[in-house]
Design a protein around this ligand. Sequence first.
Ligand SMILES: [Zn+2]
Length: 262
Amino acid sequence: MFAWRPFPERPGARPGAYLTVPALAAAGLRVAFTTRFGGWSAHPFDSLNLSFVSGDDPARVRANRERVLGALGMPAGAWTSGRQVHGAGVSRATRAERGAGAGDPSTTLPHVDALWTDEPGIAIAVLAADCVPVLLADPDGRRIAVVHAGWRGLVAGVVERAAEAMGRPERLRAFIGPSVGPCCYRVGEEVARAVREALSPAAVRQGAAPRLDLWLGAVVSARRAGVREIRPAALCTRCEAHRFFSHRAGARGRQGLVAAVV
Ligand SMILES: [Zn+2]
């Protein structure tokens, strides 16, 4: 299950903690779901913004990423990420891809919303600010995936595609990270219809306006993919906008899901 861990202290950095899964550490899988806390960025990116494309000072973004990687026991060059397009593109990260998107945004892997690896020393990352970061982990096989899943990605089947790319889904565990909850995600009828049809009628709650339950959508997707053990964090980024970057609350920064095999 999930647990909070503090970042090791660093001069000039604000204190902060990240959400992790201690049960995976014994298998050599390192995981961090980050929050706003613990970085160097100034308002409105305060403080642990991990995205270059938000308009933040790139030097601070690099320092923030290094702090997260350091907590996982990884060097700065291990960061590997893709350009997220709310699609279902999955890429396997090997030594050849290691470092893509780490320092120079132009090296970011194109059209990738999910990354997986079974090679040690590569820290795969997805960024989000309301969308669902989903971790797929196989502790016995020492394989791990990070998935960026908004409603478009879930409808496109990004979780299923990631599990399929990894293979042996019955061995995977899914962890559904902090993201906008059913309490806060009002949508129009067109989006509601797409989610009802592609995922489940239960992933849309009816009220004055339809609200999406992306957590349930991710659970449905993972189950459909053949994953048996699924754990939602059930933390809403919009309700807790003081703690998480929330696009719907006007935040411009991004938190991350960063994972590695050591
Ligand atoms: Zn909420």
